[in-house]
Design a protein around this ligand. Structure first.
Ligand code: HEM
Length: 142
């Protein structure tokens, strides 16, 4: 295994976050507060590991692009741009949402979570899509 394998590891971490975020919502809707907290904490760990893996890959391999998409490229760039902007927006949202839960301020937690949850889900799902587009469906020729 080398740093060239990181995109695959990162896509797995994003997929794990997606499953954990969905399961955490199901848990809280079922009234399982402790399980919800544990699942969200696990999702935070996998998303943080993803961020580390992403930055390490970028440091070693730079930006990955594929010129072989034809007209599809504009859709890809829209997906990538929305993914990146919302990933940045999601950082302070995550901190605020977890901070409110840690302080027991669940009214604020729920208010913030209304935005944090869908944004986080979008970022995780589109992260996996970006991986498939760049490395599986339209890989750049070596
Ligand atoms: C960023 C991570 C998190 C997100 C996105 C999130 C999201 C949510 C959502 C969507 C709800 C349901 C709100 C509603 O029904 O309107 C909720 C409720 C709740 N969350 Fe989280 N959560 C996160 C982390 C945590 C953590 C780490 C804990 C606990 C230790 C926690 C404890 C709770 C509790 C106790 C409730 C129920 C509040 C109530 O019904 O009064 N959450 N959260």
């Amino acid at each position: 295994m080398s740093t060239a394998d990181l995109p695959t590891v990162n896509a797995c971490l994003n997929s794990a976050s997606t499953v954990l975020i969905l399961a955490a919502l199901a848990a809280i809707k079922g009234g399982h507060k402790k399980t919800h907290g544990k699942l969200m904490s696990a999702a935070l760990v996998s998303s943080t590991l993803f961020l580390v893996g992403y930055l390490v890959h970028k440091a070693f391999h730079g930006t990955t692009t594929s010129a072989h998409m034809g007209g599809f490229r504009v859709y890809y760039l829209t997906l990538l741009t929305s993914h990146t902007i919302l990933a940045i927006v999601n950082l302070p949202l995550l901190v605020g949402t977890v901070w409110a839960a840690a302080r027991g301020n669940f009214a604020r937690h729920k208010r913030l979570a209304r935005f944090t949850w869908p944004v986080w889900l979008y970022v995780s799902v589109t992260g996996v899509l970006v991986y498939f587009i760049l490395y599986v469906w339209y890989p750049a020729p070596h």
